[in-house]
Design a protein around this ligand. Structure first.
Ligand SMILES: N=c1c2ncn([C@@H]3O[C@H](COP(=O)(O)OP(=O)(O)OP(=O)(O)O)[C@@H](O)[C@H]3O)c2ncn1[C@@H]1O[C@H](COP(=O)(O)O)[C@@H](O)[C@H]1O
Length: 94
């Protein structure tokens, strides 16, 4: 699980640096709405997760959770942060 997230974050950082035309990540990071594009997506996906949880739909809960993790990682990359900041925060709470 940790490695999956690390590998996904590395791909997102690569997209941020290279901005390929066919990349959804790049389209988010260069959106005309600016940072709001990522923030709005995070908000939308969170609402969708809440509704999936209310419906007790495990498949949808997993899918929406993945959407949130992906968009959260895009947010961290957008802010020039790395995974260590998140890990340090979680470690400090153990
Ligand atoms: N994990 C994801 C991921 N999760 C979600 N998404 C995109 O996030 C969007 C989710 O929005 P919704 O579910 O609301 O779907 P939608 O309403 O059709 O989306 P929009 O109309 O708002 O674009 C979809 O367009 C998905 O394609 C993702 N896009 C990419 N990744 C990962 O990022 C990597 C790099 O992707 P690219 O940047 O496209 O190369 C991929 O290999 C994947 O591993």
């Amino acid at each position: 699980m940790d490695r999956t997230i690390e590998e996904l974050f590395a791909v997102i950082e690569d997209r941020r640096e290279t901005l390929p035309d066919d990349s959804y990540t790049a389209s988010l990071l260069t959106h005309e709405k600016g940072e709001n594009a990522v923030l709005e997506k995070l908000g939308e996906e969170t609402t969708e997760l809440v509704l999936a949880a209310k419906d007790d739909d495990e498949g949808e809960i997993a899918a929406e959770s993945a959407d949130i993790v992906y968009h959260l990682l895009v947010l961290l990359a957008m802010k020039g942060m790395d995974l260590e900041a998140l890990e340090a925060e979680l470690e400090a709470r153990r």
